[in-house]
Every structure is written in C-alpha cells, then in structure tokens.
Design a binder for this molecule. Structure first.
Ligand code: AGP
Length: 612
C-alpha cells in the first residue's frame, strides 16, 4: 500500500525523502510525489506517475528541490486512477495545508459535499484531498491551532489513515496522525524522520517511536511531541531497532525474493530458538497457563493470503496432534459474517506485517467478543502485535519482496511449536513422541539448506515452463495446503493463471480444464494419501497433462508416473510443508525471472495491505 516518508532537520530533505521512498517500494505503488519547503518559503511539490525513478529524474535525484523540511509519498491507487493529478502530496486551495495519506477515508463523499458547500473545490478524485482540505477547514476555523485542527479532523474522519501534514505558516514542522495505518517516527539529535515502515529510515537512525491508533504528533528537528485523541500531550518511550540496514538490502542477490528464500534456514532457526529451550517448547510468550491450554475448546486461525495458507497447514497439525478442532478463516470474510465464537476458544491471528487491515479488524472483533487472542507476527510493534492479548514473534527479519517466503516459513514453525506443546499439555502425545517431534523440528533448517543447494534443477525446469498459460497444483491434506501456497507464489509473481486443487476434488469440475501439455504439479508428502494422489495424477496424465511430482526421497517409483520429480528430505509428515514449499517458491521465482518480470514488486500488489 502507499508509502510515506517525512523529514525535518538540518539536511536537504528531498534526497532523504526519495531514498526513504525507495526503501518502501516493496509496498507497491503507481505514482509518487514530494513536497518540500525551504525555511518560510512556499512549499514546492513535484509528482510523477509510474516508478520512483521518474520522480528522481524530474528533481535531479532531489538535489533540485531545496529545503530541509518535507514529505514524500508513493501512491497505490484506491480512489481515482494512477495519475500525476491523483498522486500525493495534495494541498488546500490556497496552499496553507499540504499533506500525504495512506489508508481509506470511508466518509469522504459526505465530507467532500460539506466542504464544497463551504466553498472548497477539488482537483483530484482522491479521498486524500478531502482529508487535507478538512484539516485546512478546521485550521482556519480554530484560529490556526494545529492541535485542535487535527483533533477535529480525526473526530470527523471515518476509515483508516496515516497522515503527514505541513502548515504553510509553521515552517520546520510536520504533523502526523494515524488510525489503522502504520506510521513510525525516528529521531537523531538534529533530525526527525517519519515513515510508514522502519526500512525507510534505518540508514539514519535506529531510535524509533510507534504512534498508536488515534494519536498524533508534532515533529520538529530532533524532537517529537505526542498527543492522544483528547489533544493531551503524552510521553512515549523509544524502541531500538535491532536489525541492521544490511538485512533490508539485497546483499548480492539479484532480487529480495531470492535473498529471502535463502534466509529461510536462519529465519526458521532463529524462530525455533526463541521457542525451544533445553529440548522443551517454551510458550511463555503466549501467556497461556496449562489449565488454559487444556480448556481450549476450539481454535480459530484468522489471516489473509499466505498467512491463511499457514493456517490451512496448521489446521491439520493441530487437529491431528493436539485433537483440538480448528477453523481456518479468511480475515476479510470473518470480520463481516458476525462470527459465533466459542467463549473457550482461542483466536490466532497470523500476519507478517501485523498491519493487514482485515486481520486487524478480525482481531478486534474477536476481542470485542471476549475471546482470547494470540498474534503470530513478524513486525515488532505493529498494530496486531500490540493489540493481541499475547504475541509470538516470528524472527524472520525484514521481508521486502511482496511475495512472502521466509515469514511464511517462520509462521509455519511457530504453529508447529504451539501444536506440539498443546498436544503434550493436553495429554495427546507422550514424552517420547514430544521429544521426537522437537528433534524433528530442529532438523528443518538444515533440510531447507539441502533443498536450496540443488536449486539449479528447479531453475532449469522453471525455464522450460516460463511460457505456460495455466498451471495446476494438486494434493491432499497438508499437501493441499502446500499447493495453495505454491499456486499463490506462482500466480502472484509470474502472472500465470494457476490453481490449487484438493486432488480428490478434481473430478468435480477442474479436470475439464486439463488439456494437452498443461503442467500439473502433484505434491505427495503424506504417506497415507500418497496412492490416492498418484491415482489423481494418472487421471490427468490420461488427459494429456505434463506431470511434475514433489515428494520425499525414497518414493522413486513416482518416476513411473510423472515426467519430472523433485525430492525433498524426509521429515515427520506434520512438518512436510516447511520443506515442500521451498521448491515451489523457487519455481515461482524462476518462472517470473524467466518471463522478465518485476519479481519483488509484482503489478497491482502491495506488501502490506492496509486497506480492506
Ligand atoms: C503473499 O505472498 C502475499 N504477499 C500476501 O498473500 C500476504 O501473505 C497477505 O497479504 C497477508 O499479509 P500479512 O502476513 O502481512 O498479514
């Protein structure tokens, strides 16, 4: 979604804004703009449609725009087409207020009508212009009091927003406010930064403040003053960001996605190390007592996209090991269907960014119903991490590529650890099984390393199918959940139509789509379901499909059925997704590269989906 960067200090602002925005490119955007002022001078605004380099070229990489205070924005269109006119920043008619916004103002039509009646006119089709002019309206109405103007705007606006605003008569100041869209502030002695995400400012500072929902702040060089929604000044403690800029760089890899695929052994190892101590799983972060674990009647796993796929895998593991019924819910559906939740249930929200609007709303709905909530989150201090009753962090580090890989893998192992511990506490597995499962969990990183060391075969095969029009993934049980993720990886970055199907469902419709030469990838890691899926592969082969099999070492007879095979190391079958997903991530990656596409920033997609 949109990215925001602001700077006020003693350095030239524009190059810092452009640099920061480039670090937020992964969020997805279709136009960009900056507004900078030099002391008391008028604000200079420059915008460009398309990639950030258009804006950089227009401004001589920022050097042509003088001034030490400014705001910048990358826009992912919601209201109004991607165009220079709709790009941010937007200003009030007389230039008194200039601002950028991330989020959606739900009541913008109603506010716009009100402002038109007050004499305002509108140039763009955006909800943002309405928000900026609303601030201007209240600023003038309150006798140029920024605290009151922002407070009143926040009371009248419905929806989500992270706003950065400059007032013409307040040089050196940036005002920022947020609700349901992320925003962080970084300080050094003389400079102040504000951004949608940490990578944008990590080059300059690691001292970061999180603004909570319905709070706002005034930023001046080297200082931030925070206010709550009642306009009272509040104190905040800074957080030190532990990871370094290198973690947010490509480090010699051609793309972030490939780098992040290779970081999976470390992401999994670090995450497991935070949960497994002296051979036992320690879920103290989850804040659940043994009695509470024993009394859980139902687990609801709520998430979006790949995080939902983690839930789909986890469902099988929880139900089989811990014998707790699990429902896996798409957050966007869950939040609007008036869910009936068991009061002894546990809601687990899975999210890399911790800012996904639908997942956050689902969390709030669950809390409103009084159900215990647990977040599995990657971004420290994000909204879901702060609002859930407890949180288990995935230690994947910053994930930049839009297509998730290492966060997905880290989320998987957190869900395994919870399932194994719940199984033990509830008496579903004995001490021996418990230790064996933990020992197997420990082998995941090295097994992923082994798969990665043989990636050239997958690259070769991916190149062969880079021109495919349709690809199908089939599997049963956990293998079906793996297929869902493999298929998403393929379509989101290669733009090839692809579907994941529960292998037993093929005959109920999809098989009519199979024709000569179509690639069908069968995932077969579950012994009990192996023969069944082989039969389904034979059925599509008879209709002309080209088959790839993905199974564990030892199942060499698969080669009698399929045209190409990828083997992964053996592991307890509950954890098979952690290994089988790796070749599928590589397939998606290499097909995208083979097609010459923008792997890290696929069209129309955003890393963090902060609007619904
Ligand atoms: C996966 O590659 C996607 N980028 C997407 O499906 C993602 O998993 C989803 O938007 C959820 O994001 P979150 O984990 O940040 O909540």
């Amino acid at each position: 979604m949109c990215g925001i960067v602001g700077f006020t200090g003693i350095q030239q602002a524009a190059p810092i804004l452009l640099e920061g925005l480039s670090r937020l490119e992964y969020r997805g955007y279709d136009s960009a703009g900056i507004a900078v002022r030099d002391g008391e001078s008028d604000v200079k605004t420059v915008k460009a449609k398309g990639r950030l380099k258009e804006l950089a070229e227009k401004t001589d990489f920022g050097k042509a725009v003088k001034g030490t205070c400014g705001i910048g924005h990358t826009r992912w269109a919601t209201h109004g087409e991607p165009s220079e006119l709709n790009a941010h920043p937007h200003s009030s008619d007389d230039g008194a207020v200039t601002g950028v916004h991330n989020g959606i103002i739900e009541n913008y039509k109603e506010l716009k009508e009100k402002l038109i009646k007050k004499g305002y006119s509108f140039r763009s089709a955006t909800d943002t212009e309405v928000a900026i002019k609303l601030v201007d309206y209240y600023y003038k109405k309150t006798g140029s009091d920024p605290v009151d103007a922002i407070h009143k705007t926040m009371l009248h606006v419905r929806g989500s927003y992270a706003l950065c605003i400059m007032f013409k008569d307040r040089p050196g100041e940036i005002w920022t406010a947020r609700k349901d869209s992320p925003m962080i502030i970084g300080l050094t002695e003389n400079d102040t930064y504000v951004a949608s995400d940490v990578p944008a400012i990590l080059k300059y500072t690691r001292t970061v403040y999180y603004i909570d929902n319905l709070e706002f702040a005034c930023l001046t060089p080297g200082k931030a003053t925070f206010y709550n929604i009642d306009s009272e000044e509040i104190e905040k403690q800074p957080v030190t960001i532990e990871w370094d800029t290198e973690a947010a760089e490509k480090g010699g890899y051609e793309h972030f996605m490939l780098k992040e695929i290779h970081e999976q052994p470390k992401a999994v190892r670090d995450t497991l190390a935070s949960l497994v101590k002296d051979g036992r799983i320690d879920l103290s972060q989850a804040g659940l007592s043994e009695d509470e674990i024993k009394n859980i009647s139902q687990i609801y796993i709520v998430a979006c996209g790949s995080a939902w796929h983690v839930g789909m895998c986890a469902q099988y593991v929880f139900e089989d090991l811990a014998r707790i019924p699990v429902r896996v819910e798409l957050a966007s559906e869950f939040r609007y269907r008036n869910p009936i939740l068991d009061k002894n249930g546990l809601v687990i929200i899975v999210s890399q960014s911790g800012e996904t609007a639908d997942s956050l709303a689902a969390l709030r709905e669950s809390k409103a119903q009084g159900i215990k909530t647990l977040g599995i989150v990657n971004v420290v201090g994000s909204s879901i991490a702060r609002e859930a009753d407890s949180v288990i962090y995935t230690l994947a580090g910053p994930e930049i590529a839009v297509a998730t890989t290492k966060a997905y893998s880290a989320q998987l192992v957190v869900s395994y650890a919870i399932a194994v511990e719940f199984a033990k506490v509830r008496g579903e597995i004995d001490e021996e099984k418990y230790s064996a499962l933990i020992a197997d969990l420990d082998t995941i990183p090295e097994k992923i390393e082994k798969i990665l060391s043989d990636k050239e075969r997958i690259q070769w095969f991916a190149n062969k199918f880079a021109g495919a029009k349709d690809i199908f993934f089939i599997g049963r049980g956990i293998d079906y959940a793996i297929c869902l993720e493999g298929s998403l990886k393929m379509k989101e970055i290669s733009y090839i139509h692809s579907e994941a199907y529960a292998a037993g469902e093929l005959k109920h419709g999809t098989i009519s789509l199979i024709e000569d030469g179509i690639l069908v990838i069968g995932v077969l890691t579950q012994q009990e379901l192996y023969e069944k899926t082989v039969s389904n592969l034979v059925e599509v082969k008879a209709r002309g499909a080209y088959l790839m099999g993905l199974t564990s070492y030892g199942h060499y007879e698969i080669e009698d059925t399929v045209d190409f095979t990828i083997y992964v190391p053996k592991i307890d079958e509950h954890f098979a997704a952690s290994l089988a997903v790796i070749p599928l991530q590589l397939m998606g990656y290499y097909v995208s590269v083979g097609r010459g596409l923008d792997v890290d920033k696929p069209r129309n997609l955003a890393k963090s989906v902060t609007v619904e």
